[in-house]
Design a protein around this ligand. Sequence first.
Ligand code: GUN
Length: 296
Amino acid sequence: MSAVLINGVAAARQLHDELCSAVETLVERGATPGLAVVLVGDDPASSVYVRNKVRRSVEAGLRSFHHELPASTSESDLLALIKRLNAAEDVDGILVQLPLPPHIDAQKVTAAIDPAKDVDGFHPINVGNLSLGAPALVACTPLGCMLLIKGVRKDLAGLSAVVVGRSNIVGKPLAQLLLRENCTVTIAHSRTKDLPLVCCGADILVAAAGRAGFIRGDWIKPGAIVIDVGINRIERDGKQQLVGDVDFEGARSVAGALTPVPGGVGPMTIACLLRNTIEAACRRRGISSPLANAAD
Ligand code: GUN
């Protein structure tokens, strides 16, 4: 059996079209959503991500505010910018690209963002509300993963889900989302004993470990839904290549459905950022959202 490939590019395009229509509706109501993206320093990967976020938000019709600050920016100057963005009427979402330079405390910066504008879903209030099952802005990559999983199977109740990776950005919030769907959830990590055995029990296996080709085909339960969050740059046959955390060829003959890298989770992350910005704009302005509930 060969796994169905989950097409993240097509899913993101469809979501993007829905977002464009939603933004049109909001513009007609005089409520154009605004997204402020802040980049500190010139990390090449972060610059590419930020450029794509800004480009997509403009394409969707959002008002875009782009702040590029030098790596030498002080923590207090960054906090002062966030304070201004928190107070700005036309800014509905604020994203500070991570990682930040080492002299800036990322947790302090995240906590300074108005939770109502925290479209990354990283603020402690949003993290807490997610774990309480209360309305929250949810981190974009986990939200994108859930939309892809639910595109394969609507009812996840009772399934065993294993998330490999315990980051605050992906592993922990995704585990909460899977729990909300009544999965039996395990978060595995680098210290997990007998990881292959743990993975073998998963009906849904999410790889977010940050290690190229780490999850092998023989760790996968036949028919499982496998979501590969990894983006690793490696050199193969003298060429630079992007690969995930899953050994793609090994997984393909065992899994029921599998995301490729590139073209799986990645495109969904930006679409979910725009989605969160639209949701934040509607909630903040007290108007009903033209969007259906995410991941429902
Ligand atoms: N760096 C890597 N992923 C992300 C993300 O989802 N949001 C932000 N703000 N920074 C990141």
